[in-house]
Ligand binder design. Structure first.
Ligand SMILES: [Zn+2]
Length: 139
């Protein structure tokens, strides 16, 4: 089952190569053949589905244990739960490190410095390049 939609665009904002929101992936035209990048974004979409499912499961449990109707706002929040968690630096670090590991693993790159640079500068994680290298298992 295909769990995402994919659109190629002439370019993405702020020079990003790929972008995932909810189940929708956008990739800049110049990265059309970058299999690793697509796998990176697909991982984000899988995380979004897992967050949605987990949130709805919590809402379902709340419904049955009876929490005075609080299950409903929790259920409604489902689609935004991943975005809310992603604002947290530690969650962002966890998922981006995993996403770049998948990207490096599935893409055919002769050099993976782009991943080290991106992790240490593009996600407001407050980490150095050497720390990023360590997180990616490259040093
Ligand atoms: Zn990412």
């Amino acid at each position: 089952m295909k769990y995402y939609t994919l659109k190629y665009k002439p370019s993405l904002k702020d020079g990003w190569g790929g972008y995932a929101r909810y189940w929708k992936i956008e990739i800049a035209e110049k990265y059309r053949d970058d299999k690793g990048l697509l796998e990176h974004e697909k991982f984000h979409v899988r995380c979004w589905w897992y967050c949605l499912a987990a949130t709805w499961l919590v809402a379902l449990v709340m419904y049955f244990v009876g929490t005075h109707g609080w299950w409903f706002p929790v259920m409604v929040m489902g689609p935004w739960m991943h975005g809310i968690l992603y604002r947290n630096k530690y969650f962002r670090k966890l998922v981006e490190v995993r996403a770049y590991k998948i990207q490096i693993n599935k893409g055919s790159y002769s050099n993976v410095d782009f991943a080290v640079r991106a992790l240490s500068s593009k996600y407001k994680l407050g980490i150095s390049e050497s720390h990023a290298k360590k997180l990616l298992g490259l040093s």
